[in-house]
Design a protein around this ligand. Structure first.
Ligand code: GSH
Length: 83
């Protein structure tokens, strides 16, 4: 069985992040929101592990394997698939 968890790295005033969060709420998906401006540790791990500081970015953990998905359109498509 696949065990998955998700965290969305975002900023409050980012319009692309807002679009992803709206889509997420419409699909009834709940995932952890990680504000990279409020919490600099989130910003650091986004840059170091994701590869760049751009938000939104969805961190996907599946069976212990982590991957980082950038681009609001790609994140929304992914969330629609798992909804
Ligand atoms: N094409 C991207 C644009 C995202 C974007 O421009 N995000 C801005 C914040 S609103 C950002 O993170 N800029 C900093 C950077 O790119 O390093 C998307 O649709 O997700």
């Amino acid at each position: 069985m696949t065990k998955s968890s998700y965290a969305l790295y975002h900023k409050v005033h980012c319009p692309y992040c807002r679009q992803v969060i709206t889509a997420m709420k419409a699909s009834n998906i709940s995932l952890e929101l990680r504000d990279t401006e409020k919490n600099l540790a989130f910003n650091k791990e986004l840059i170091e592990q994701g590869g760049k500081k751009q938000v939104p970015c969805l961190k996907i953990t599946e069976n212990g394997q982590e991957s980082w998905l950038y681009e609001s359109g790609d994140i929304i498509n992914y969330l629609n698939k798992i909804a």
